[in-house]
Design a protein around this ligand. Structure first.
Ligand SMILES: C[S@@+](CC[C@H](N)C(=O)[O-])C[C@H]1O[C@@H](n2cnc3c(N)ncnc32)[C@H](O)[C@@H]1O
Length: 202
């Protein structure tokens, strides 16, 4: 296998991390909506420690176990609450005081790498989840979504996200779509949505 190119341009996951890294601080509360193997949960835990909290969702027990193991190995478990439930249940799973307080919420859609590809995020629950996620962000908070149009199911889901995100009012939301321009429809793409702070409506 060829060695990774150190000068390659950022992937969609890199874009999501870069945007979040400069906007999440120690003490913040954040959500990883798709814990998977825990890479993003650990990334978030390192940003909010000490005193902050990461709430991480996944519907697969294997993902919760994998995430717990990764966090424990990095001594980051105490900063995280792992929730074995669907992200569209965010409002009933998070403490009420998290409403309007979340600094960032990450979605990395698709399937759990190394596991059953039939268990993928579903358009209906994803749309319900991203909508409630926006409602729980603090002013200035950031929602990122990495979507995968290149697989069956992911194509429909990506189109639904595009429609939803494109229709958000520009006076209250900043919306960016980052993707490889010459591989449209195949490569992962990143959506970033920021709630404009109150008083900055345009
Ligand atoms: C691409 S993986 C996430 C990768 C992960 N963020 C990481 O850093 O390793 C997508 C994950 O979404 C999970 N998932 C699918 N549907 C879900 C749902 N409705 N709610 C929460 N997680 C879901 C899958 O089980 C899978 O683990």
């Amino acid at each position: 296998m060829a060695a990774p190119d150190p000068h390659a341009l950022p992937t969609s996951v890199d874009f999501a991390h870069a945007l979040i890294e400069t906007r999440v601080n120690p003490g913040d509360w954040v959500v990883d909506a798709t814990a998977g193997n825990g890479h993003d949960t650990l990334f978030l835990a390192r940003l909010v420690t000490p005193a902050g909290r990461v709430f991480a969702f996944d519907i697969q027990a294997e993902a919760i176990t994998s995430t717990r193991d990764r966090l424990a190995a990095a001594d980051a478990l105490s900063a995280c609450t792992l929730i074995h439930a669907s992200h569209h249940q965010l409002a009933s799973q998070l403490p009420p005081e998290a409403a309007g307080r979340l600094a960032a919420i990450m979605f990395n859609l698709g399937w759990l790498p190394g596991h059953d590809k039939a268990c993928i995020t579903q358009t209906d629950t994803t749309l319900a989840a991203v909508q409630v996620a926006l409602e729980w962000l603090r002013p200035g908070g950031l929602l990122t979504i990495v979507a995968y149009p290149g697989h069956a199911g992911g194509d429909v889901e990506s189109q639904a996200i595009a429609l939803w995100a494109s229709s958000l009012p520009s006076n209250s939301h900043e919306v960016r779509h980052l993707r490889p321009a010459n591989r449209q429809g195949k490569s992962p793409e990143c959506w970033a949505i920021r709630m404009r702070p109150t008083g900055q409506d345009r």
